[in-house]
Design a protein around this ligand. Sequence first.
Ligand SMILES: Cc1cc2nc3c(=O)[nH]c(=O)nc-3n(C[C@H](O)[C@H](O)[C@H](O)COP(=O)(O)OP(=O)(O)OC[C@H]3O[C@@H](n4cnc5c(N)ncnc54)[C@H](O)[C@@H]3O)c2cc1C
Length: 352
Amino acid sequence: MIDYLIVGQGIAGTLMGYFLQKAGKQIHVVDNDSPRSSSKHAAGIINPVTGRRFVKSWRIEDLMPFAHRTYQTIEKEFDIQVFEHIPLIRTLYDQNDRNNWMLRITDPGYEEYMDGKAELGPYEGHLHPAFSYGQTLQTARLDVPAFIAHFRRYWESRGAYSTTQLSIEDLDIQEEGVSWGGLQARQVICCEGSWGKQNPYFSYLPFRGAKGEVLEVEIPDANFDRILKRKVFVVPLQNGNYWIGTTNTNWFTHEMPTLEGKAELVEKLKAFLKLDFEIVAHHSAIRPTVKDRRPFIGAHPVHPRLGIFNGLGTKGASLGPFWADHYVKHLLHGSDLDPEVDIRRYPYPPAE
Ligand SMILES: Cc1cc2nc3c(=O)[nH]c(=O)nc-3n(C[C@H](O)[C@H](O)[C@H](O)COP(=O)(O)OP(=O)(O)OC[C@H]3O[C@@H](n4cnc5c(N)ncnc54)[C@H](O)[C@@H]3O)c2cc1C
């Protein structure tokens, strides 16, 4: 019997597997290799100050240093390169924006995350004029596709990985563990991203889902070395291309890329970039967003052998490490789950 069967290998399942294995637990990971996985298309930006009002992300003081440390430790342990500190330039569109930015810097605890001056660097001369720019400090990026691909190969080479769809109905849940196929595990952890809402055991949780479309473009005359936000993000990729994204909608009828999404991204990019570009790829994915914007962590109220780690929403790269570690400590040492992320904040059975 193994200790943990992990269903889904996006950022959530990968980090659960990593921390559990590091603690000496035997794991097996199952993933259906869907091309629509959110982690496969995320830019992986870790950004302490977000939104139009320039506010610090929830619990960023805890989350960000922990995320940085975790990814850097993983890089060392496995001799891989998936994480980088990278400047992020934000466009300030008018005087009001500029005033808000400058005022926010004076708020306690903001100075270390924001700068009123911004260096455009290699973007200089290649952009149509904007009112002004600011720079977010301590920003970083996880190469999410490379990160999950590394762990997939690692677990595959140890016989701890299955590439297949796991039908939750096929789980045989008993008192002392769960069987699936020929495998027996003490506990199953469901890390299914936006597909979590179809999981019959956890569909009572208030999943939302926000669709995002992105482009990968080649810009032959560019040598951009930092992230720019101007309606869309321009993110330099390892292969020399650029990630352009993203659209964001809560109302969608399917998960596939659309012509409208592509047109929106192209229009926004053309509005400020003077250089020609060529579209190399166009993708879409559903972010696992949640009504109260807090992760879903914990055991099913009636079936304690089934756990969930989900709801990382728009910020899997920054939320993932801290909360995976938090959950693993709860599983292994019985420490309390933070009530803000504990799924017991939602009644079960759900009210009609
Ligand atoms: C366009 C876009 C841009 C983003 N940019 C950023 C960013 O810059 N920074 C950031 O922090 N976050 C970003 N995000 C959000 C981030 O992608 C998510 O928070 C994170 O990837 C969620 O990870 P997850 O593991 O919960 O879900 P997923 O990545 O969706 O992984 C779930 C996995 O489980 C598999 N699966 C599901 N059910 C089953 C089953 N029954 N059997 C087998 N396999 C199953 C799926 O195929 C998938 O591989 C972005 C998201 C999108 C869509």
